[in-house]
Design a protein around this ligand. Structure first.
Ligand SMILES: Nc1ncnc2c1ncn2[C@@H]1O[C@H](COP(=O)(O)OP(=O)(O)OP(=O)(O)O)[C@@H](O)[C@H]1O
Ligand SMILES: [Mg+2]
Length: 335
């Protein structure tokens, strides 16, 4: 693997696109003279993630967050654009490089029950990546390593002889984390890792993830609907709208000085505990159908400041500061 240069970031995403073909079967299209139908779920995204930081993606349902996560973890192939990891473009990586990246980048999913094989004992679930990556010599060594990993995530080594259904939701997510840690990763993609959990358990799992980050120097791509979690957990945030990044900045910039009207709308909807009588403005309107997104800036039908220019041309990303970028023809001034 090439030497990492911090400016280049651990992970770099350039002009990433994916189109899903959701056409009806050929014969149906022929009879109805229908064209092929595509969902352009990710429409030209650029960002980079530095080693050791937590970069979060937020946005309403259907804007493409999970699709970006799946592209980064190699579950989907991009239609266009590049993803590079430590300077190696994924599409051009050799077999060894791919194997290395597969081990070093792991994903944690929303539903820990669906992502753990119910017929396997925890021992086998966690040992699978150890075997796959040739990290253990024999079964005894495997059990020892599984015990260590379980203890690292706050479970007991003896839990390895149980099945996933014998655990609570929070404990199951801990098992998923232990499995993700088995290959000694450096980059974890976490798609709503605590959304399926009870609020009290969410905090424990998030604290565990933070501790592991400090201990192991992990880098996170974090996806969540919960803005308060995002503000506590992240260093930088990217706001997505209909397959595009409309704003990127540090937590402080995005939460305190949002420059895109969509970011402002999301921020105004956050209930505040500090300001007792703060007016909370609910999010208005709905995300348009991604099969036929609005022209120009896709947010224009919901934007109070939209002009003809916004309907006609897609805004490019503007630098507001060294760390904040906004894709808007008329960025908001700081209030
Ligand atoms: N495999 C697929 N085939 C066809 N369309 C897909 C596929 N995966 C995602 N999409 C479409 O891509 C768009 C983005 O979906 P995605 O799941 O990435 O959204 P999301 O931001 O993660 O939403 P949520 O917050 O609800 O999880 C949606 O319109 C979805 O229907
Ligand atoms: Mg999702």
């Amino acid at each position: 693997m090439s030497e990492i240069t911090e400016e280049r970031g651990l992970l770099e995403v350039r002009n990433l696109h994916i189109k899903f073909d959701i056409s009806k079967p050929f014969i149906h299209r022929l009879l109805n003279r229908a064209e092929k139908t595509y969902v352009h779920a990710v429409r030209g995204i650029d960002f980079s993630i530095r080693r050791g930081e937590t970069f979060s993606l937020v946005g309403e349902s259907g804007c493409g967050k999970s699709t970006v996560a799946r592209l980064l973890s190699g579950l989907y192939q991009p239609t266009d654009g590049d993803i590079s990891y430590q300077g190696t473009v994924l599409a051009e990586a050799s077999r060894e490089q791919r194997q290395y990246i597969r081990r070093r980048c792991q994903m944690i999913f929303q539903d820990p029950f669906a992502s753990l094989n119910p017929r396997w004992k925890v021992d086998r679930i966690i040992a699978e990546p150890l075997v796959l990556f040739g990290m253990i010599k024999n079964r005894e060594e495997g059990r020892q390593r599984v015990g260590q990993l379980l203890e690292q995530v706050g479970l007991a080594a003896s839990d390895m002889d149980k099945f996933p259904h014998e655990f609570s939701g929070g404990q199951r997510q801990r098992i998923s984390i232990a499995r993700a840690l088995a290959g000694e990763p450096e980059f974890l993609i976490c798609d709503e890792p605590t959304s399926a959990l009870d609020v009290s358990v969410q905090a424990q799992v998030l604290n565990l993830m933070k501790d592991l980050q400090d201990e192991l120097g992990l880098t996170y791509l974090f996806i969540s609907h919960d803005m308060s979690v995002v503000s506590h957990f992240s260093d930088r945030v990217g706001i997505m709208y209909l397959g595009r990044l409309v704003e990127v900045g540090t937590v402080e910039e995005v939460f305190n000085r949002p420059r895109h009207p969509y970011t402002r709308m999301l921020m105004d909807a956050i209930p505040s505990m500090d300001v007792i009588h703060k007016e909370r403005t609910p999010v208005t309107g709905e995300v348009p159908n991604p099969i036929s997104p609005p022209s120009g800036c896709a947010f224009h039908p919901r934007c109070a400041f939209a002009t003809d220019k916004c309907k006609q041309s897609t805004p490019a990303a503007l630098d507001i500061s060294a760390t904040q970028q906004v894709a808007c023809h008329y960025p908001l001034s700081v209030s």
